[in-house]
Write a new protein. Structure first.
Length: 276
C-alpha cells in the first residue's frame, strides 16, 4: 500500500475513534508496513493537524503505548464560528414569547452540531469525562454531538419516566422559567456510580434546569466535569448557577423593537487553546 493510501485510511480510522489509544503494531500489521514507516506517517499526520489547528495527535511511549486522536479546534476556528453564530442568532425573527430564542434550526443543522460538538469537546478534552448529560428534548442532539467527539456515552434526564427504562432516580428542582418546583428523572442503569459528568443544554435563563441535573449527578455519587450551554440569557434575573460556560451570550431581547443583542460567551476566555 502506498503512503498516500495509508495516510487516508489511517486518518479515517483515527477520526472515527477519538480519544482511543491505538498501538503502533496494529497499524504495522494493518498496512503490512514497518513500524518506522508508520511512525513517519503519524508524524506527517500530526504536523498537518497542528498546522490546520484541527486536532491533536498524541503519542504515548512504552510497551503499552500508541497513538490517539484528540478532536481539538484552534482558537481562530472557534472565534470565527462563534462570531458568525452570534450574528445569526441576532436575527429578530428568532424572538419567542417569554424571553426565549428560536434555536431549532441550529440544533437541527448537522454542520452546526458538528462544529458545536467539536468546540465543547475541545474545552473538556483533558477533563476525563465519563458521560455527557442533558435534559429532554432540545438538548439531546447537542449532547450526542459532544459525546461523539469525546467518545463517551450520553444520558438524557426526563421530566416523566418511561416504562421501557425501568427503575429511575428522581429529583425536584426549581424551574426558573416557570417559577415552580419541577421533577426530572434518570434511569438507574443510565449512569454508572461515581461518573464524572459533563452537563450540556441548549438555552439557559435562570439555570434551574442545570441545577436539577447537578442534583441528579450527586444522586449517582458522581462529580461535575463542567456545565456548558449553547446560549445564555444574560439579562432579566440572577442565575441559580455560577460555574458554567456559554458559547453565545444574549444580552438583550426587546420584543417591541424586534431586537436581539448577542455575542460570544465566556467559552473563549475559559478555554485553553494552547495545544498545538
Amino acid at each position: 500500500m502506498k503512503r498516500s493510501e495509508r495516510l487516508v485510511d489511517m486518518t479515517k480510522y483515527l477520526m472515527e475513534r477519538p480519544h482511543t489509544l491505538i498501538a503502533l503494531p496494529f497499524f504495522a500489521k494493518r498496512y503490512g508496513a514497518a513500524k518506522s514507516s508508520i511512525s513517519e506517517d503519524l508524524a506527517i499526520l500530526k504536523h498537518t493537524l497542528a498546522s490546520n489547528q484541527d486536532g491533536v495527535l498524541e503519542t504515548v511511549a512504552g510497551a503499552a503505548g500508541g497513538v490517539r486522536y484528540i478532536p481539538f479546534l484552534g482558537q481562530k476556528h472557534a472565534e470565527k464560528y462563534l462570531s458568525d453564530l452570534s450574528s445569526r442568532i441576532e436575527d429578530p425573527s428568532r424572538i419567542l414569547a417569554g424571553g426565549f430564542v428560536y434555536l431549532s434550526d441550529i440544533l437541527g443543522d448537522t454542520q452546526d452540531l458538528r462544529r458545536i460538538g467539536e468546540l465543547i469537546a475541545t474545552r473538556y478534552a483533558y477533563e476525563d469525562v465519563d458521560a455527557v448529560m442533558t435534559v429532554e428534548t432540545k438538548g439531546i442532539a447537542l449532547a450526542q454531538a459532544v459525546a461523539r467527539y469525546l467518545n463517551v456515552p450520553f444520558v438524557t434526564a426526563r421530566k416523566r419516566s418511561k416504562v421501557t427504562e425501568g427503575a429511575t432516580v428522581s429529583v425536584n428542582y426549581i424551574s426558573s422559567s416557570l417559577s415552580r418546583v419541577s421533577k426530572m428523572e434518570l434511569p438507574t442503569r443510565a449512569l454508572k456510580k461515581g461518573s464524572k459528568v459533563l452537563i450540556v443544554d441548549d438555552f439557559m435563563k435562570g439555570g434551574g434546569t442545570l441545577t436539577g441535573m447537578e442534583e441528579l449527578v450527586k444522586e449517582f455519587d458522581g462529580t461535575i466535569a463542567g456545565v456548558c450551554v449553547l446560549c445564555e440569557a444574560d439579562f432579566d434575573k440572577e442565575k441559580l448557577i455560577n460555574n458554567y460556560l456559554s458559547l453565545v451570550k444574549i444580552s438583550k431581547i426587546d420584543t417591541e423593537k424586534k431586537l436581539i443583542l448577542a455575542e460570544p460567551g465566556n467559552f473563549l476566555d475559559e478555554t485553553d487553546f494552547d495545544r498545538f
